[in-house]
Design a protein around this ligand. Structure first.
Ligand code: GDP
Ligand code: MG
Length: 439
């Protein structure tokens, strides 16, 4: 999915002006890509209609090119489709909070119960895991082993007890032992069946969970969405956990669950290990699908902190290859405002893999203090002629800045790398001007 959408947007970015036909063509591709990724048909249809409406109305953002604007709309709508903002667990106003895990066989309920207990413990809760799957022979043992690995208590009762009794007893046990959060694992079936639903309803009636979480396997695509719809109709879900996202290349379930069922995805499982559970962020997922790193965040941040005039001046200098050490310093300071360098670089797709940038990224923020001292110890002539700073000058600069010759050498080397890179950028930027690419 990501690949196809990126290809579509690459074509779109190749155009300076966008006609309605361009947008139509791009939307056709997006539509095909979404359907190909197993996104629900109705969801796709509504999605495309909304994007087109907004693209034609153009919520104009002066800083973006037309192509970027369309991409931003697609990105916002994708995030909206998945719920817009992050949805959190319902917590009881009066503890203990009761979370009930439901779902089909093999979806990942038991594993996720343990992962979730781990996450919530890190947030200061005192979880109790409850072994409510009495049908699968090894299910109780499985939860006990996971509990042991995490050092989280597991409540279990002997064979032949009903899940409803276990659930009831576990709440008393939690209160008695000062646990403020119960996570009840339940039995699944291969398919939705009446017996399972009736049992889950009985548990629900008995303990009144604050949160009923459905666990579904992302790799099953639309099947996961249908399962979610059925469970929601019978039980009323509070949220969905999408597991095995690490193996899901299409992303159809992630995109359709919320739109079809109205239930937000609250967590995603991204591996078999016990720390592989993450809160679900619709906006980040949208970025990931579009392969944009966090471009828009970066654009927004950059706008907030770069002084436009300064940038224009810098661009001019880069183009005329007059980029000096003074500019280098100024620029490092600007970049620093954006956040830690490594993070800034990781937000730029494509660039994060460039070796040279990695080296630049290694300039950590403390280093900037040295860089500044070193550059300030140079004479204006030296700043403008870095290539002519010889050994004795280097020694003087090192003394003047209270650093070492090695440090001076490394700053000069970094400067040289940056200058080369900026030149490449400027060239890309020029070539792209026609194409309106993000430089
Ligand atoms: P249950 O029948 O719903 O309780 O499912 P289990 O918790 O027993 O999980 C079934 C299998 O899925 C196990 O082998 C888990 O390790 C695996 N699993 C669960 N969540 C994830 C995930 O997010 N990623 C991957 N790769 N495997 C997972
Ligand atoms: Mg299980």
């Amino acid at each position: 999915l990501a690949e196809r959408l990126q290809e579509t947007f690459r074509k779109l970015k190749g155009k300076g002006r966008l006609t309605e036909a361009d947008v139509d063509e791009a939307m056709k591709e997006v539509r095909r890509a979404l359907l190909g990724a197993d996104v629900n048909f109705q969801v796709v249809k509504n999605f495309i209609a909304r994007v087109k409406e907004r693209a034609v109305g153009q919520d104009v953002l002066g800083s973006l090119t037309p192509a970027q604007q369309v991409i931003k709309i697609v990105r916002d709508e994708l995030a909206g489709l998945m719920g817009g903002t992050q949805s959190k667990l319902n917590l009881a106003s009066k503890p203990p909070t009761i979370v009930m895990m439901v779902g089909l066989h093999g979806a990942g309920k038991t594993t996720t119960a343990a992962k979730l207990a781990n996450v919530l413990r890190k947030q200061g809760r005192r979880p109790l895991l409850v072994a409510g799957d009495v049908y699968r022979p090894a299910a109780i043992k499985q939860l006990q082993v996971l509990g042991q690995q995490l050092d989280i208590p597991v409540f279990a009762m002997g064979d032949g007890q009903s899940p409803v009794d276990i659930a009831r007893a576990s709440v008393e046990h939690a209160i008695g032992t000062g646990r403020d959060l119960l996570i009840i694992d339940t039995a699944g079936r291969l398919q939705i069946d009446e017996e399972m639903m009736a049992e889950l309803e009985a548990i629900k009636r008995t303990v009144h969970p604050h949160e009923i979480l459905l666990v579904v396997d992302a790799m099953t695509g639309q099947v996961a969405v249908n399962v979610a719809e059925t469970f929601n109709q019978r039980l009323g879900l509070d949220g969905v956990v999408l597991t095995k996202l690490d193996g899901d290349t299409r992303g159809g379930a992630a995109l359709s669950v919320k739109a079809v069922t109205g239930c937000p995805i609250k967590f995603v499982g991204v591996g078999e290990k016990l720390d592989a559970l993450e809160p679900f962020h619709p906006d980040r997922m949208a970025d990931r699908i579009l392969g944009m790193g966090d471009v828009l965040t970066l654009i927004e941040k950059a706008q907030a902190s770069f002084d436009a005039e300064q940038v224009a001046r810098l661009n001019q200098k880069i183009k005329s290859a007059e980029f000096t050490l003074e500019d280098f310093l100024e620029q490092l300071q600007e970049v620093k405002k954006l956040g830690p360098l490594q993070q800034v670089i990781s937000m730029i797709p494509g660039l994060s893999s460039m070796k040279k940038l990695k080296e630049l990224g290694d300039v950590d923020d403390k280093e900037l203090v040295y860089v500044e001292a070193i550059i300030k110890s140079m004479t204006p002539w030296e700043r403008a002629h870095p290539h002519e700073i010889n050994g004795s000058r280097r020694r003087r600069i090192a003394r003047g800045s209270g650093t070492s010759v090695q440090k001076v050498n490394s700053v000069l080397k970094q400067f040289e790398q940056t200058r080369k890179m900026m030149k490449q950028f400027a060239e890309v930027g020029r070539g792209a001007k026609k194409g309106g690419r993000i430089p």
